[in-house]
Design a protein around this ligand. Structure first.
Ligand SMILES: [Zn+2]
Length: 83
């Protein structure tokens, strides 16, 4: 069985809106591959006014969810860019 990783991931990525390129979050992302969900405790900088909504073009890019008891955001496919 895999142990849950308690350590914060080292890598910080910038999440931006795929439509208008506005900055949304700085996020400590674990592992590789595409971003499917964001744990809210790993967001280091939040540029949004409302959770999951782009502050510039009002695109809804994520929905709030609880994943394994932890507040998270489920990203909606292709609404965000990760660098
Ligand atoms: Zn936008």
């Amino acid at each position: 069985m895999a142990k849950p990783n308690k350590k914060m991931p080292e890598k910080t990525v910038s999440i931006s809106c795929a439509k208008c390129k506005a900055k949304l979050y700085k996020y400590k992302k674990g592992g590789t591959g595409s971003l499917i969900k964001c744990f809210q405790e790993r967001i280091t900088q939040d540029f949004t006014a409302q959770k999951g909504v782009c502050p510039e073009c009002n695109t809804i890019f994520a929905r709030e969810a609880i994943i394994r008891g932890v507040p998270a955001l489920k990203m909606i496919g292709n609404k965000v860019q990760v660098k």
